[in-house]
Design a protein around this ligand. Structure first.
Ligand code: C5P
Length: 211
């Protein structure tokens, strides 16, 4: 087993960007685990169903082909994020996706997984766990700027409301709620840019790889 880096945190905290850039710097494989839940939600909706319906979402998770998730044009949309947030509260969906994530974490020389429950449930023995967060208003500003730059017409208030709703659902669900693992390092990025977040995370990585 290689060196596993678990990155968790709320929506739009910058954990995805951090995971990608750490992967490039360290030559580690990176898995954005949110894509798995997004793909399940989309599969259910495309078949005409409700992503919160366990009778549909669990078989969709069991049948998921996780090899080409990023090829789906709709997978990063806000709507897919909402479907993901709904089906991710279902125990059978989480159980069906667990094995794939654990196998991925075996990669040499190392693997980075980012999500909500990586340090707490998927890879509880990861030698480095980062919990990346920022104030909801800061995350909403970043997400809003990103959406506007992609030509989307959304108000800041709507983005903030969506972020708060997603936080609430992710942090207060019964199974695998979003929370820092007891041994996670908290990285509050409210006053940091992406470069300094990366440098800090790489410092922690080098420290932990030495021991
Ligand atoms: O990170 P992303 O926004 O793609 O995740 C979409 C949704 O999928 C999250 O709001 C969360 O409900 C769910 N998710 C999860 N566990 C993960 C990754 C994502 O429950 N490891």
């Amino acid at each position: 087993m290689g060196f596993v880096i678990a990155i968790d945190g709320p929506t739009a905290s910058g954990k995805g960007t951090l995971a990608k850039r750490m992967g490039e710097a360290l030559k580690f494989k990176v898995l954005d685990t949110g894509l798995l839940y997004r793909a399940v939600g989309l599969a259910v909706v495309r078949a005409g169903g409700d992503p919160a319906d366990a009778a549909l979402a669990v078989p969709a998770a069991q049948k998921l082909d996780a090899s080409r998730l990023a090829d789906d044009n709709d997978i990063r949309s806000d709507l897919a994020g909402q479907y993901a947030s709904q089906c991710s509260t279902i125990a059978g969906v989480r159980a069906a996706l667990l094995e794939f994530q654990r196998k991925f974490a075996d990669a040499e020389p190392g693997a980075i997984l980012d999500g909500r429950d990586i340090g707490t449930v998927i890879c509880p023995h990861a030698p480095l766990k980062l919990y990346v967060t920022a104030a909801p208003e800061v995350r909403a500003h970043r997400r809003h700027a990103e959406l506007v730059s992609r030509g989307k017409q959304l108000s800041y208030e709507d983005v903030l409301a969506d972020i708060r709703a997603r936080d609430d659902r992710d942090m207060n669900r019964a199974i695998a709620p979003l929370k820092p693992a007891p041994d996670a390092i908290i990285l509050d990025t409210s006053d940091m840019n992406a470069n300094s977040v990366l440098q800090k995370a790489l410092e922690y990585t080098h420290e932990r790889r030495r021991v």
